[in-house]
Design a binder for this molecule. Sequence first.
Ligand SMILES: C[S@@+](CC[C@H](N)C(=O)[O-])C[C@H]1O[C@@H](n2cnc3c(N)ncnc32)[C@H](O)[C@@H]1O
Length: 253
Amino acid sequence: MFLKTGAGTVEGVPADGGSEHFYREGGARRIMSVANFPDEILSFLQMEGLTVLDVASRHRCDSLVELGCYDGRALEVAKVANMSYVGVDVNSVAIGSLSRRIAYEGLGEWARAVLGSIRVSEDWVPEVRGERPLLLLPFNLIGNLDEPAKFLAELGGVGRLGVISFFNDDAWTTEVRRAYYTACGIAIHEEGPGTHGGTLFRGDGGFRSQSFSVRGMQRLLEAAGATLVHETSNRLGCCIAVRFSSVPSGARA
Ligand SMILES: C[S@@+](CC[C@H](N)C(=O)[O-])C[C@H]1O[C@@H](n2cnc3c(N)ncnc32)[C@H](O)[C@@H]1O
């Protein structure tokens, strides 16, 4: 159980510091629209899809859980790898689109689209099928979370294996990210050091996203009780496979 209550508000204050609010209210379309991606992003996403396929095959995973799936960006990978699929996203338009795609392609037996917060386990854990799920945190989703170590530690209660895709702390990557967020129409009002060795951007509507240094990610995994099992990287970032601890570590972000 991650949180007993949902990602709602307490006296009007978004419970997670605002990032979910940004995505729920239309930010998702801006951030995930391919039209807003600088060309450099495409190889990063390609690396991510191929890594998921590779890890799923090496570890004989039988289901893919895409956390922050938008319109089901990893659904094709699950189809090729013959895994069942659950996509979870806080944005209702994106989940509506994924639901229609699942229905249109006749995939309803083994694919699900869940509208909800990844931080609220009741929203999506009951939909996870299979004995060896692979938990995917795609496209720097980890950089949107306020308490990433706590979240990773809690994932151990759902499955043992995860894939985390994240931007690195290179100055060139920060330039590409700045161009990307600007193309999304986000007014950036803060850019500076993040809590895990990378660069944190904050923007209008509650947008926040940080990148990670190698050391920062190592520390994050340690705090979460997770261990690295596989790593792929390119100029923009890394895609790592990790094994989660089944014992909650009481991690702090
Ligand atoms: C995969 S992340 C992309 C992050 C972006 N590339 C960056 O650099 O910050 C965006 C997707 O995750 C979803 N998302 C973000 N936070 C979420 C949460 N707490 N629960 C469910 N979906 C979430 C958004 O709605 C959106 O579709």
